[in-house]
Design a protein around this ligand. Structure first.
Ligand SMILES: C[S@@+](CC[C@H](N)C(=O)[O-])C[C@H]1O[C@@H](n2cnc3c(N)ncnc32)[C@H](O)[C@@H]1O
Length: 396
């Protein structure tokens, strides 16, 4: 799910010669195209990622995560989950330590964030995991049990609830429509079957007026030949996820940019869609159907509008590097260094992980978007409370 994982380019190239499409899924996609005509790219991405039989996030063949196709911040080092725990604890205190207080994690995977986070949080704070992949949720439950945290799992989620909702690297997997400007007309990218049976791209009339509307409300004018992705599903996703939240925070972490940056033709004329498989990135979404991850940068402007339409308040937008600094990553490094139990190997691993988490050319530039509901006025959530020490001007 990561359109921006430059750190992965340092990995040695792996052999992909044994990889092929998920045969059943590829057959179903071709059958749907034969029956209904060219398939909007968003439908193709939905099937490629979420088809219950062969979609990337549903199939036993696909392996997101360490050792699989990419690595995320929580998988890189437990310090990430620990620090998100600090953001949760701060929110709990800001709201007057309500009980129950629940952390809801969307795209919880196998618990890489949950375990270190819950280990550092007071026992009264409960946890609810959401993931489309039931096998990953089962692995998460085992991992929490092994860590003695099984009783913190809460299921089903009560509604309404007070707490914090977190989603790290989930929104970039929401299916995107792809549009392309052709002279004065907006066209939509669709998938057809070529004469040799291969999946090929064609352009069709937009299948939804919402595509042009989204660009209009964001004051975006694509230039001739420019391709762009639009995730229409973001509004429903945020509304559904936030609806049971009575008081608390929604924290979204992902790679992305404001609409103006995202659709800047000087920088992103071909959009941001990327495919990931075995730590390799490509711009070909039509190979290894159902076996590779597909992702696009998130439109932070659209997310903010969606959150506000869902009744949330924007508390702030920052980068992962700044959020982790605000949460005390440097102090934590110091504590671990001076702990007599820390081995040199563990310390070196931590330092290396920190560099990747903070690197402004890698995960450090991921966006952290923080929204509140019934959040105390004037109170800055801790993860937004980082200011680079700047020299004061004489007029300050
Ligand atoms: C890139 S992984 C990130 C996992 C974890 N958040 C992390 O940072 O390590 C994306 C996870 O989100 C899940 N996922 C993908 N789309 C989802 C959706 N629409 N709702 C909930 N989970 C989703 C996948 O199954 C996968 O476990």
């Amino acid at each position: 799910m990561t359109g921006f994982r430059p750190e992965l380019r340092r990995e040695p190239a792996t052999d992909l010669s044994d990889l092929a499409d998920d045969a059943g899924l590829a057959k179903r996609i071709r059958a749907e195209i034969h029956a209904a005509g060219p398939m909007p790219f968003a439908r193709f991405m939905e099937l490629a990622l979420y088809d219950p039989e062969g979609g990337y996030y549903r199939s036993p063949e696909a392996r997101p995560g360490r050792g699989g196709d990419f690595i995320t911040a929580p998988e890189l080092h437990p310090i990430f989950g620990e620090l998100i725990g600090k953001a949760v604890a701060d929110a709990w205190v800001a709201l007057g330590q309500p009980e129950p207080f629940i952390v809801v994690e969307h795209g919880a995977g196998e618990g890489a964030l949950a375990v270190p986070m819950l280990t550092t949080l007071p026992a009264v704070i409960a946890y609810h995991a959401v993931d489309v992949d039931e096998r990953r949720t089962a692995a998460l439950q085992r991992r929490l049990a092994d860590a003695g945290l099984r009783e913190r799992l809460l299921d089903p989620l009560p509604a309404p609830f007070d707490g914090v909702i977190v989603a790290n690297e989930v929104l970039d997997a929401l299916p995107v429509h792809r549009v392309r400007q052709r002279g004065g007309a907006l066209r939509e990218v669709a998938v057809a079957v070529g004469t040799d049976g291969q999946l090929v791209e064609v352009e069709i009339d937009p299948t939804s007026p919402m595509l042009a509307e989204r660009l209009n409300v964001e004051h975006i004018e694509l230039v001739n030949g420019q391709t762009a992705e639009i995730a229409l599903g973001v509004d429903d996703w945020i509304r559904d996820v936030a609806s049971p939240l009575r008081r608390g925070l929604l924290i979204l972490i992902d790679y992305g940019a404001s609409a103006a940056e995202l659709y800047d033709p000087a920088r992103r004329r071909d959009g941001t869609l990327q495919a990931y498989v075995r730590h390799q990135v490509s711009d070909d979404p039509y190979r290894f159907v159902g076996r590779q991850d597909l992702t696009a940068h998130v439109d932070v402007t659209a997310i903010q509008r969606a959150a506000e339409a869902a009744g949330l308040t924007t508390l702030g937008l920052t980068t992962q590097a700044e959020a982790l600094m605000a949460l005390g990553i440097e102090e934590r490094l110091g504590e671990i260094r001076s702990d007599p139990g820390t081995t040199i190997e563990a310390y070196v691993l931590l330092r290396a992980s920190l560099l990747r988490l903070l690197d402004p050319a890698a995960m450090g530039r991921f966006r952290v978007m923080v929204f509140g509901r019934a959040w105390p006025a004037g109170r800055t959530p801790r993860l937004l409370d980082y200011r680079l020490a700047r020299p004061r001007s004489t007029t300050d």
